[in-house]
Design a protein around this ligand. Structure first.
Ligand code: PBG
Length: 311
């Protein structure tokens, strides 16, 4: 009876797997475990190709790639360099996978900057929004040349979707889409991700990410991103923000994604490792809740594994 009347479904095609590729791990010839995210690694180019193929085989709808460079500078040069680790890995995956999955790239500078901020800094050490947009435009073009189908600007700069859209259109990449991180909160749950990308950040991102206390500004960010040409929008994190996902799904005229982030992953893996929760049931309950709240797509580190359960 439950099977007959269940309202919410999850299909593998609705899941997007975030993956990390590291220049250092690649040089060392072995993937490097991320201690705060048991089961997730910083990949080498080869191990990334193998894991991506497996995820696609399991039916995931997309892959979101993050690059971890071995050297960083103030402007995040590694992100715009055609030979930078992220762009090289995108080229590998696009040549292996073609159009069998939606290949996505994180369009943000924080992995590549030596100060760890998502943008470039002004003379007083503050993030310079408009100077950053120029860097994002260059980064977008490098990622489009490397074969990304969708770009995921995660830096929360004002005007980032419009700047990237214009650069893509002017560069002849009109068919490359933009998944806008519209409502991205300044969250403590990003902790494990900072380890995953060897983040250099001191301090916080409160000057550009949203206050967890607010929901109204999420609607405003969504409206702006839609006006700037977003093809899909995102709410992040997911679990403490199910109400925001609901609100977003009510106002958005494009598909809504939610990012089930690193700290949400770590909490459940930690509890499951201690035998405190049933791992598989908990994961499926979480993914179902995010879908029920209104997300069309979910970015989750469990995407490949959960896809095999769902099939
Ligand atoms: C920034 C970025 C972050 C995440 C994705 N993109 C971290 C941050 O904003 O500090 C977090 C993802 C996660 O925690 O799983 N490029």
């Amino acid at each position: 009876m439950r099977r007959l009347v269940g309202e919410t479904t999850i299909r593998p095609r609705q899941l997007i797997l975030p993956m990390f590729v590291s220049e250092e791990a690649d040089a060392a010839g072995a993937p490097k475990p991320i201690s705060s995210m048991p089961g997730v690694v910083q990949h080498t180019r080869d191990s990334l190709r193998a894991a991506a193929a497996k995820a696609v085989e399991a039916g995931v709808g997309g892959l979101m790639l993050f690059g971890v460079p071995s050297t960083r500078d103030a402007v995040g040069s590694g992100g715009t360099d055609d030979d930078g680790i992220l762009n090289v890995a995108l080229r590998d995956l696009r040549s292996d996978l073609g159009d069998t999955t939606v290949l996505m790239a994180d369009t943000c500078l924080d992995e590549f900057t030596d100060h760890g901020h998502c943008g470039v800094l002004d003379d007083e050490g503050r993030v310079d929004n408009d100077a950053t947009l120029e860097r994002y435009a260059d980064m977008a073009l490098a990622q489009a040349r490397a074969g990304a189908h969708w770009l995921g600007p995660s830096g929360m700069m004002d005007g980032q979707v419009g700047a990237i859209r214009r650069a893509l259109d002017d560069g002849g990449f009109g068919d490359v889409g933009v998944l806008a991180y519209s409502a991205k909160y300044a969250s403590a749950f990003y902790g494990p991700f900072r380890e995953a990308v060897d983040s250099q950040l001191q301090g916080d991102r409160n000057a550009y990410q949203q206050d967890p206390a607010n929901v109204r500004e999420a609607s405003r960010e969504i409206e702006l991103d839609l006006a700037e040409g977003a093809d899909a929008i995102m709410v992040k994190p997911a679990l403490s923000y199910l109400d925001v996902i609901r609100a977003a799904s009510e106002v958005s005229s494009v598909p809504v994604a939610a990012y089930n982030i690193s700290g949400e992953y770590a909490m459940i893996e930690g509890a499951a490792a201690n035998g405190w929760v049933d791992r598989e049931r908990t994961i499926l309950e979480v993914l179902t809740s995010i879908r029920r709240a209104g997300a069309d797509m979910i970015l989750t580190y469990w995407a490949a594994e959960a896809a095999t359960w769902l099939d």
